[in-house]
Design a protein. Structure first.
Lengths: 161, 289
């Protein structure tokens, strides 16, 4: 990967990568740290990286950083983090999209990451396997559980309204 | 690929695969037909469909901290008094300009070669060959210098005149002061590119594959390699070689063959003992996108 290709990757993929990270960390500073780590690693290893695989490489690094992030966060009160730094969503009644995003935040980390990779980035199960290191069956099971939880959440909100 | 046949016991799972776009066109048609036959399940299908997120437009506002620029890299432990540099305008530069720069260097090399050739036999300095830098495989230093080679001194039966050729290359190159001046005066589109490799290849002998490998690493790039070959009587430019990481080694073999053919074309007589070696210097030029 050349310098130009690297900088093109910044232009083309940093928005999507940041979105993937911030949706998981719910914290701006941590998201900045992770995206910078991902691009730093890509820059340092640019000789061995093909431009065509750069996006997957970035998401793989970000995924691994997020896994570490979640492990560390578990040592701190998750409730405290949630209250202090929650990525603010204020779903309006009848707004399915906002309700869905609110529901997304309720999902376990792994399920949330896979839904984001699937819906936001459009990766196939196979590509998600390569990024996360999970098996195809695991990806399918996690995603299906996530979808059913989201569906149940939407149904329950509908009933409340 | 497994065919997902939908029925009353697995429809939920197949609906989810449908939403995730993991079904073939035929399987999707089966799902549509299944829903027509079971209209009571349409509501559930629609509920699952609603769980698909619509991407939000989020912009990363600090892209500027991610942009990077190549630093000028210096070959480690280079024993030469100065390195050969080529300056080239960045990727926006016209191709002909690259060639003009390359031909100019070739002409300078030729002139200097003939003007100083008579002093060659008086030189007693060691010739230069490339040896691979022996660095720990996993160290940060190795990763940083993966595309670099280390020049070392040796006296391995290489004719003294070859040293003269190497000197010509150095004389023809920019001096350190010139480089510094150019850095100060250049606009942002000018880059200084260091030599990536300089080696001796023994002419009409079996090419040592280890030498080939030495050159393989530096040319894992999407840039053009413009080699200069020189014997004590000839200096020539060889057609630029563009290599890709996967085809690097094969391309290099072709490159070596081209050098051999070029030398054949230049020399109508059988090479003397002193002509059995050639010098090759190569430098990279970013290709126009």
């Amino acid at each position: 990967m050349t310098e130009r290709e690297y900088n093109n990757c910044v232009q083309e993929h940093s928005d999507g990568l940041f979105r993937f990270i911030i949706k998981n960390t719910k914290h701006n500073d941590d998201a900045h740290d992770i995206i910078q780590t991902a691009y730093e690693k890509m820059w340092n290893n640019r000789i061995t990286i093909e431009a065509s695989t750069a996006k997957s490489y970035l998401f793989t690094i970000a995924y691994n950083c997020l896994m570490d992030y979640f492990r560390k966060a578990k040592n701190i009160s998750s409730q405290a983090i949630s209250e202090e730094h929650a990525f603010s969503y204020h779903p309006q009644p009848h707004d399915v999209s906002a309700t869905l995003h609110h529901a997304l935040l309720q999902l376990p980390e792994m399920q949330r990451m896979l839904v984001l990779l699937k819906d936001y980035e459009g990766y196939t199960y196979h590509e998600i396997c390569e990024i996360t290191g999970l098996t195809a069956l695991q990806v399918k099971v996690y995603l299906h559980r996530a979808r059913l939880k989201l569906k149940n959440y939407l149904v329950s909100i509908d009933k409340l309204i | 690929m497994k065919h997902h046949t939908i029925n009353n016991s697995n429809y939920e799972s197949v609906f989810l695969l449908y939403i995730d776009n993991e079904l073939t066109a035929i399987e999707k048609q089966d799902v549509d037909a299944f829903l027509r036959e079971n209209p009571a399940l349409v509501g559930e299908f629609e509920q699952i469909k609603q769980t698909k997120l619509q991407p939000e437009a989020i912009t990363y506002m600090q892209k500027h901290v991610l942009y990077r620029q190549e630093k000028e890299e210096v070959l480690p432990q280079l024993p030469l008094p100065q390195q050969m540099h080529l300056f080239s305008r960045n990727t926006s530069l016209k191709t002909w300009y690259y060639w003009a720069a390359a031909v100019s260097i070739g002409i300078i090399l030729g002139i200097l070669h003939f003007t100083t050739n008579n002093n060659a036999e008086t030189l007693n300095a060691p010739s230069m060959v490339i040896e691979k830098a022996n660095l720990p495989v996993d160290s940060a230093r190795t990763r940083k210098n993966i595309n670099q080679v280390m020049l070392v001194s040796t006296n391995k039966n290489i004719p003294q005149k070859i040293k003269t050729v190497q000197s010509h290359i150095n004389v023809a190159a920019l001096k350190d002061n010139d480089v510094e001046t150019m850095k100060e005066n250049r606009d942002s589109s000018i880059v200084i590119i260091p030599t990536i490799a300089a080696t001796t290849i023994h002419y009409r002998e079996n090419i040592d594959q280890t030498n080939v490998i030495h050159l393989d690493k530096p040319i894992i790039t999407s840039e053009a390699i413009v080699p200069i070959i020189a014997t004590e009587n000839h200096v020539a430019l060889v057609e630029p070689v563009v290599v890709s990481p996967k085809k690097g080694l094969n391309k290099l073999k072709v490159f070596i063959n081209k050098i051999d053919n070029q030398l054949d074309a230049l020399t109508s007589i059988e090479p003397s003992e002193n002509e059995r070696s050639i010098k090759v210097a190569a430098f990279t030029i970013p290709l126009k996108k």
